[in-house]
Ligand binder design. Sequence first.
Ligand code: GLN
Length: 190
Amino acid sequence: SVKIGVLALQGAVSEHVRSLEASGAQTALVKNTRDLDGLDGLVLPGGESTMMRRIMDRYDLFEAVKDFSEQRPVFGTCAGLILMAKQIEGRRGPHLALLDIDVKRNAFGRQVDSFEADLEIKGISEAYTGVFIRAPYIKSAAENVDVLATYEGHIVACQQDRFLACAFHPELTDNPAMHRYFVRMVNEYN
Ligand code: GLN
């Protein structure tokens, strides 16, 4: 089976590990550059994107993850999605710049801290509930980006080649459908 790493600097790391293993993948925690060796894919969890970037820089993980992404699939959730975007509203430059999307942080309003919403996700046949926590949304996406889900007219999940991203927290539900989707992507890419 494929081996997928979870960037373990912030966020619900063990929940991602559980969901990946429920989807048939082997897992590894990524805390330094050497932990990326031998991985077939990588998950960037939620948390706080500017803080996560700062920690990545401190452990030389930023360049290492960028290099890794040139060869392997990456799945970003919430803050992870922000790290993957080529454009971030109100910010001078992007972080990893993997996805041709323009994102807005905390896009559902600060007073709406968190909520759940029923979503229809392309490629996932069953009912799906998205858990949103200070979530971003995707304001616009290039034509080569496959929109997988929208909520109230805003894009909240997408795929572009070997990159997958969602604005919600797939690890905080019992349904591992999004992780299963990513594991399938990694299998196909291998
Ligand atoms: N608001 C956070 C950010 O801008 C993302 C929130 C999350 O990952 N739950 O990074």
